[in-house]
Structure formats: structure tokens, C-alpha cells
Design a protein around this ligand. Structure first.
Ligand code: NAI
Length: 304
């Protein structure tokens, strides 16, 4: 049945349940945002115990907000009362919106959505947080692909306002509008875009990284100098070297490769050899203590 909300493409009501599937880095952040917007939130993860851990982790983050005076204690209690872990997909039956944030693997995502479509109602909005896969491809096996959208949040989701609302080839206008309007009620800054590789941000960011890496590879300047130039003169909060050390060289390279492959290996998206060497040698950035820069013994490099 198509209720009035769906027909009008209006935001999903705060009283309706939002389900988040995949409760790692992004799933937890997205769940926190939905919770803050007032929704009852259900968490599901295929790894046993992971959804319950996420409930605890989100609770701890809300506690810190209360300590800092950025959230009232009563609001924190109310939010905690609306957050629950689900043991299986059947417990997501009453969700009006499901946001998927599981592993970045097309076949695994397709399988999940085939199962999800059996668990939730026909008017539930289904969304993927994929950063590099095709929204159209993920929706490929759905019975009702019209209600499927991309909702691409950025890490950390509670802090970064931008959300790319991605319309796949089969996404209907009502679903795209509903998703867009819902993001506004969540306090986000949604932008609409079509299903092209890397969407807007991850595509336009490719040459930001690639050209910087190439300048370094050609002996033009060292990473600290290039970062300083982009911070001081380019107005970026972080330069491409320090930023990829934060993101993880493996994660950043995977996105580059995905965009490059999606454009049939167009040379303008060619990955960096120097970055390949970092990944091969396990110098993945802050998380391993070394990347472009060294973070050994907790000592950060001196500022450029
Ligand atoms: P993560 O590895 O932190 O969390 C993924 C979670 O999904 C894990 O808890 C895992 O147990 C669970 N999972 C895996 N397969 C599952 C399945 N079949 N059913 C249910 N749960 C399953 O991953 P992360 O970083 O949170 O990324 C999730 C998604 O968000 C990916 O599609 C990624 O491309 C996208 N994304 C990631 C960003 C980031 O900066 N980490 C930014 C924007 C999007």
C-alpha cells in the first residue's frame, strides 16, 4: 500500500523506525544521526554480537555529548530507549527506511537486499551507503528497485553534514525526494546526484590526490610542502598526504582503483605508483604508524 507520505515524497516521520544494517564505522555514525533526529533505530550486523557492541558504543558517544554539555541527560536517556539491536532481519519488519553500511562487495550487498526485501514492507525506502559501487547494480536483483537509493554519508557521519543522495537508473522520483527530504530533517546537507562512478565527491577528489602524488613522484616537492601549500593557499583543511594517512592508504587506493576501473581505466584516473609501494609495504598511514609520514611512538611529525 502506498501511504500519503510516500505518494508526496515527503520526509519519513520521526516516529517511524530506521534500520541500519552493518554496524561498523559508518553504520554506527548513521545510526547516531537517525537517533538524534528522533527515530526509533534498529541495528543489525551479521557478525554475532556486533550490533549489541554498536548499541554500547553509540551509548558511550552520547554519554560524552552529555558530559560536554552538548546533549541533555534526559534526551540521552530517551535516545538510548529508542535504540535496539536486532538478532535477524525479520526484526526490521516495521522499518520505514533501511540504510545499508556493510562490506563494500557488490555480490554481498545484492544478497543482503534480496533478503531485506522479503523482511520489510513494500513501502520501505531502501538505501545503500556504498562509496564506490553502482547503486543501479546493487538494485539489480530487487523486485521493487524504484524505492532504492544511494545515501552516501561521509566519515564521521555525525559531524560531516554532506550526504549524496544517489539516484540509480531505476530509482523513482518519489523515493529520491523522500530520501532528500528525510536527510534535511536529520540536519544534513543533502545533494542529489546520478549514479556515476565516485558520485561527486569521490570522483572530484581523485585528481586532488593523484596530482599531488605525481608532483612528489617527479621530485617536484616533498609531501609536507605540498600539504602546506594546499592548506595555506588552497584553503583545504588537510593536504592530500596527511589526509590519506588518516583515511588509510589502502582504503584511498581502493577508491581510486574503483573509479579508474569504472571509467574503463581512463588514464586520467591512473593510481599512484608511490602509493602502491606504501600499500605493498603495509605503510597504511596513522593506523599502522607509518604512511607518507611517520607516527611512530605516538610522536607526530612536526608541522610543515
Ligand atoms: P566496517 O568494516 O567498519 O563495517 C562493516 C560492518 O558490516 C561490519 O560490522 C560487518 O560485520 C558488517 N557486515 C558485513 N557483511 C554483512 C552482511 N552481509 N550483513 C550484515 N552485516 C554485514 O565498514 P565501514 O567503513 O563502516 O563501511 C561500510 C560501507 O560504507 C561500505 O560500503 C563503505 O564503502 C561505505 N563507506 C565507508 C566510508 C568510510 O570512510 N569508512 C565513507 C562512506 C561510505
Amino acid at each position: 500500500t502506498m501511504d500519503d507520505t510516500r505518494a508526496a515524497g515527503r520526509a519519513i516521520g520521526r516516529d517511524r523506525t530506521v534500520a541500519v544494517v552493518g554496524t561498523g564505522t559508518m553504520g554506527q555514525g548513521i545510526a547516531q544521526v537517525a537517533l538524534a533526529a528522533g527515530h526509533p533505530v534498529r541495528l543489525y550486523d551479521s557478525a554475532p554480537g556486533r550490533a549489541a557492541e554498536a548499541v554500547a558504543a553509540i551509548g558511550a558517544r552520547l554519554d560524552r555529548l552529555v558530559e560536554k554539555g552538548r546533549m541533555a541527560a534526559a534526551d540521552r536517556e530517551a535516545a538510548a530507549g529508542r535504540l535496539h539491536a536486532a538478532a535477524d532481519l525479520a526484526e526490521l519488519a516495521d522499518a520505514a527506511l533501511v540504510v545499508e553500511a556493510i562490506v563494500e562487495d557488490l555480490a554481498v550487498k545484492q544478497r543482503l537486499f534480496a533478503d531485506l526485501e522479503k523482511a520489510v514492507g513494500d513501502d520501505a525506502l531502501l538505501a545503500t551507503n556504498t562509496s564506490s559501487l553502482s547503486v543501479t547494480a546493487i538494485a539489480g536483483g530487487l523486485r521493487l528497485p524504484g524505492r532504492f537509493v544511494g545515501l552516501h554519508f561521509f566519515n564521521p557521519a555525525p559531524l560531516l553534514p554532506l550526504v549524496e543522495v544517489v539516484r540509480g537508473f531505476a530509482t523513482d522520483e518519489t523515493a529520491a525526494t523522500r530520501a532528500y527530504e528525510t536527510m534535511k530533517t536529520w540536519g544534513k546537507t543533502p545533494v542529489r546526484c546520478a549514479d556515476t562512478p565516485g558520485f561527486i565527491v569521490n570522483r572530484i577528489a581523485r585528481p586532488f590526490y593523484a596530482e599531488a602524488f605525481r608532483v612528489y613522484e617527479e621530485g617536484g616537492a616533498d609531501p609536507a610542502t605540498i600539504d602546506a601549500v594546499l592548506r595555506e593557499c588552497g584553503g583545504f583543511r588537510m593536504g592530500p598526504f596527511e589526509l590519506t594517512d588518516l583515511i588509510g592508504q589502502d582504503v584511498n587506493e581502493a577508491v581510486t582503483r574503483s573509479v579508474w576501473d569504472s571509467f574503463f581505466q581512463d588514464p586520467k584516473f591512473t593510481p599512484s605508483l608511490a602509493q602502491r609501494r606504501l600499500v605493498e609495504s603495509g605503510r597504511l598511514g596513522r593506523k599502522t604508524g607509518h604512511g607518507w609520514f611517520s607516527y611512530a611512538e605516538g610522536v607526530e611529525r612536526p608541522a610543515a
